[in-house]
Ligand binder design. Structure first.
Ligand code: NAI
Length: 346
């Protein structure tokens, strides 16, 4: 039996993880708390920890896991910006779920876009109050508009296909453009200048942090709609707020927020909101915030549990080779894979 401390548990996590765990001799201890330097002690005696997007797996936490004999960090998400991969080298194995449903995230992104530009959220509230006025609900057609997609990996490409279905002109930027994909790549500045709608689907790295800042917003078209279902820190939220106040940014749809860690996924109603910036953004009539919900479909939850349990089993049994293990040697998975190096560096 492989024993796993499962941090930051939500009710929707448990059924699929219990099912796949039972089928594979993996036992989970479900903990409500997030993994931090203060809570890592709870992992003592377990073979692995299972973590999500807002758990902290920094150098201090990794050193403690190593000291306690915990052998693996099983991320139940795609992004791994919260893990110090380099520090984990030769201490703990780290695996993630590279793809569980790119459709879930891409479809949510389009749902946000349509909700925003067709004012569905306002109409829903109005008709519940028997207010059938159309004043202030004028939207615009997506057909013929230009959408700029930043990051053309799994999610970005599904979103591109959805946009093409709406008759939009698609341009894209990717640090590693996909050859023969038929995608029209342009430099990032040109994408900012030409797009009516901009959607972010690249990972959070030192390079992409605050790629939407005051200078970038300055380049954008007046009335641009900004969509972020990737990671909050891609956007400098203060600069975004200024862009909205200046009437430069026409709308923003955010499923992620730089300082979301202690706020999102929790019921904070009835509490005083300490984050003034988030509060101010939420008061804007042209901002829609969802609480890191883009992944949340039944299909995705099942795939996440199946792949995470599969990663754990691969890591502990057979030859220990797990296809979804992150490479610690260079800290750069894509680089490693492109160079055909093995996925297990130690
Ligand atoms: P992916 O790895 O398939 O694609 C990422 C793309 O970004 C790749 O094509 C890569 O070349 C590109 N990229 C890397 N560095 C770049 C840079 N500096 N500038 C521009 N492009 C760059 O990843 P996938 O599955 O499409 O996911 C994208 C992101 O979506 C994840 O990193 C994660 O942060 C986020 N995500 C959000 C979820 C949510 O619930 N809101 C759920 C799942 C993922």
């Amino acid at each position: 039996m492989i024993r796993v401390a499962f941090y930051d548990t939500k009710a929707y996590d448990q059924p699929s993880f219990i099912q796949y765990g039972k089928e594979n001799d993996v036992e989970f201890r479900f903990l409500e708390t997030k993994l931090t330097e203060d809570t890592v002690e709870l992992a003592r005696g377990y073979d692995a920890v299972c973590v999500f997007v807002n758990d902290t797996v920094n150098a201090a936490v990794i050193d403690k896991l190593y000291e306690y004999g915990v052998k693996m960090v099983a991320l139940r998400c795609a992004g791994y910006n919260n893990v110090d991969i380099r520090h984990a080298f030769k201490k703990v194995h780290v695996a993630h779920v590279p793809a569980y449903s790119p459709y879930a995230v891409a479809e949510h992104t389009m749902a946000l876009l349509l909700t925003s530009i067709r004012r569905i959220h306002k109409a829903y509230n109005r008709t519940r109050d028997f207010n059938f006025s159309l004043n202030g609900l004028t939207g615009f057609d997506l057909h013929g508009k230009t959408v700029g997609v930043v990051g053309t990996g799994k999610i970005g490409r599904v979103f591109i296909d959805i946009c093409k279905g709406f008759g939009m002109n698609v341009i894209a930027y990717d640090k590693f453009p996909a050859a023969d994909s038929g995608i029209t790549y342009v430099p990032l500045d040109e994408l900012f200048e030409k797009s009516d709608v901009i959607s972010f689907h690249c990972p959070l790295t030192e390079e992409t942090k605050h790629m939407v800042n005051a200078a970038a917003i300055e380049r954008m078209k007046k009335g641009v709609v900004i969509l972020n279902t990737s990671r909050g820190a891609l956007i400098d939220a203060e600069a975004l707020l200024e862009g909205i106040k200046a009437r430069k940014v026409g709308a923003a749809c955010l499923d992620v927020y730089e300082e979301e860690a202690d706020i999102f996924f929790e019921d904070r109603s009835g509490h005083i909101m300490d984050d003034d910036l988030l509060s101010r953004l939420i008061t804007m009539p042209n901002v829609i915030v969802t609480s890191h919900q883009a992944f949340l479909t039944e299909e995705a939850l099942n795939n996440i549990a199946e792949t995470t349990v599969g990663n754990i089993v691969s890591c502990f049994k057979n030859d220990g080779i797990c296809d979804n293990e992150l490479c610690y040697r260079c800290g750069n998975v894509e680089h490693c894979r492109k160079n055909g190096r093995p996925h297990r560096c130690f």
